[in-house]
Design a protein around this ligand. Sequence first.
Ligand code: ZN
Ligand code: ZN
Length: 325
Amino acid sequence: MIVTNSCASRYCSFWSSPELERNEMSEFRLSTNVPAAGLSSEVQDAMAQLANLAERRAELLCPVRLYQDLIAVLFRRATGPAWRGFVASNATARLSAGQPLLRGESVEWDSDSFRARWFAVCDVLTRHREAGELGRLAEAVRSGVIDPVKAVHLMIRDAPRTVPEYFECRGFEARLAASVLRFCAMPSLAALVSGFALDAPRLGWSKGFCLVCGSWPLLAESRGLEQFRWLRCGLCGAGWQVDRIFCPFCETRDHRLLHDLFVESEESKCRVSVCDGCRGFVRGISTLSPITTPGLLVAELETLHLELIAQEDGYQNVTSLSSSP
Ligand SMILES: [Zn+2]
Ligand SMILES: [Zn+2]
């Protein structure tokens, strides 16, 4: 099915900040607050992609600026957490049993640096959104009402679906708090995943959820000239190859239930794959090589309109934390 109208401008309100008016768009430049020195080539590439995205799609200026600041903060000093209690030889058995590698395991986080990252993320988001709830989230960590390390333990060791209750019990909007938590955890988890050598196409993992952390996929890559399909996790950055005709949520491979929606003129780059079996959907993007972890945030932004297109056609976002495996 072809969708000819992009509704991209409609989601800008979620990200916009009052001071960012449309007449600023012509003045857009890569933020001068971002020091190129000290940023990895992956981060610099992501920054360039963001700048290019804003030039091509002016309606994305607000979220592009937010993501510029966010990526600069998150990946400036990514530190991998120390790893305990996981025996590498368990990996094959875990995967063949359908169990994510980190489920039930404890990752030792550096509490001080994790809290510092929490404050930094809240600060970035506050500059681009209303300060109220984000200010409360920062204060809650200072006062000990929220322990972000405990929350991330819940998300990784138990399951992402346990996280909303942790925040709601303490009087916070679970979705926003979980987003902050996700951003804080992402660089460290990505560093951890990079040591797992998961690029092998055949790991015996045929599930729709992440083989490392158990999250639903953020998007699907159609990778390389062969356009092999890889699902990518938006929390830890892991990727795993799946069949081209496959719904990650209900795991059907029935081609009669699966099809793609796309905006005319960008069908070779971005699509959203929808399932008439479970009404779920997953965004898709073509890429020659694996998307880097900072690049996943860019791809998330670039394909956001596809989510609205799918929802307008009656498909549901089933990737919320509360519905995670
Ligand atoms: Zn993951
Ligand atoms: Zn399905």
